[in-house]
Write a protein that binds this ligand. Structure first.
Ligand code: FAQ
Length: 337
């Protein structure tokens, strides 16, 4: 029922986990200077660990990407959180609540991974709140109907998995390890979205129309999640040389399209692209690119919900100050005892 690609992607996560264990067991031979050692570890597909020397720019790139990723998980709770109290059944509410809680957990693993690079979580959160760090464009679109929760699970979590499975083999150990657990959970999320859409698309005419409308609205923003086209991607070349990124933005976008076409067939829904068709020569689907000008506008803060998302996050942060203070006071008391 779910299409064939997710088990295959999970197989890649298992293989990445095995490779991580092997890398940890291997002795890296010292090769002389720090720079040579760093290069040798990257070339040998081993892991850079927090205590290893690393170029400043490698550290900065990782902090930028991991922080953005963590912020995305936290801001990403809002569009679906909007539907927790309005989910159609108690079971659907419980599932959605668990899913949104998982996203908070992902944020936590990622902030913890970023902290191993010498930056504190407070610092990163302050930067997000001051508008000095980004989060994914996708969370600046509104969730208008219950079917949007299905479309987010199927398309947004689906895109997240395609983007994140290769990160399980990223050269920085703590990020790679965090991604393994995240990917396993994301695959569950993708299936819950698929199941919601499957139920709606096989329901009444109205439910089917609602499912199709949600897919129509989320398709292009999901394609844009993979970032600008390769020619305009400022970081890809260096990040790929460092084996932080394993595939380019366009390669992953193509992989996602190819996966979705089959799954849309199982759902009985159409993807809103009249030019989507199989290309025998490329052995891949041709498709219409998302509007990258719109992506840039959303990244700059001018998407449909940017202001609302940030205002909500700032309010939640202020209102949660007493919880953080209480937890810190309790930890201090316990440590003293
Ligand atoms: N949105 O040179 P590139 C999720 C920025 S988690 C906003 O290609 P890079 C789970 C980029 O930062 C979703 N900004 O950049 C979930 C850079 O700006 P900067 C988040 C974007 O880093 C599901 C500039 O454009 N996932 O969905 C976007 O090499 C459901 C130039 O771009 C991750 O963060 C964008 N879409 O490649 C949660 C995965 N695209 O920093 C809740 C990890 C690009 O120079 C509910 N990150 N930019 O100011 C990555 O894989 C990469 O960072 C990319 C971008 C692929 C996103």
């Amino acid at each position: 029922m779910y299409g064939n690609d997710i088990p295959e992607l999970l197989g890649e996560v298992e293989a990445a986990e095995a490779a991580l264990r092997e890398a940890a067991a291997r002795d890296t031979e010292a090769t002389g200077g720090e720079v040579a050692y760093f290069e040798a570890v990257i070339q040998a597909d081993q892991k850079i660990e927090p205590r290893d020397w690393m170029p400043d720019s490698y550290r900065k790139t990782l902090i930028r990407q991991i922080a953005q990723h963590a912020h995305s998980e936290i801001i990403g709770m809002q569009p679906e959180g909007n539907w927790i109290s309005r989910a159609p059944t108690l079971k659907r509410k419980a599932i959605l609540l668990a899913k949104v809680q998982d996203e908070a957990g992902h944020g936590l693993y990622l902030y913890a991974a970023a902290e191993t690079l010498g930056v504190s979580r407070d610092e990163l959160v302050d930067k997000l709140l001051a508008g000095r760090q980004k989060y994914s464009s996708i969370f600046n679109y509104p969730t208008l109907t219950w079917a949007d929760v299905g479309a987010i699970g199927w398309l947004v979590d689906g895109a997240a998995i395609v983007n994140q499975v290769p990160l399980c083999r990223c050269s920085y150990g703590p990020y790679a390890r965090a991604m393994i657990r995240i990917c396993k959970e994301e695959s569950f999320h993708q299936r819950q979205g698929f199941e919601i859409l499957h139920t709606l698309s096989h329901g009444t005419g109205g439910q089917r129309a609602m499912a199709q409308d949600a897919v129509d609205r989320w398709w292009y923003p999901s394609l844009a999640m993979f970032g600008p086209p390769d020619a305009d991607s400022t970081h890809s070349e260096q990040s790929m040389a460092w084996k932080i990124k394993r595939f380019s933005n366009d390669e992953l976008r193509q992989r996602f399209v190819d996966m979705c076409v089959q799954q849309a067939g199982v759902l009985g829904l159409t993807l809103p692209d009249p030019d989507l068709r199989w290309n025998e020569d490329r052995q891949a689907y041709d498709f219409t690119q998302p509007d990258y000008d719109e992506l840039m506008q959303v990244i700059k803060g001018n998407g449909p919900c940017n202001r609302q998302r940030m205002a909500h996050r700032r309010r939640a942060h202020d209102e949660g100050a007493w919880v953080r203070e209480a937890a810190a006071a309790y930890a201090k008391k316990k440590a003293a005892a």
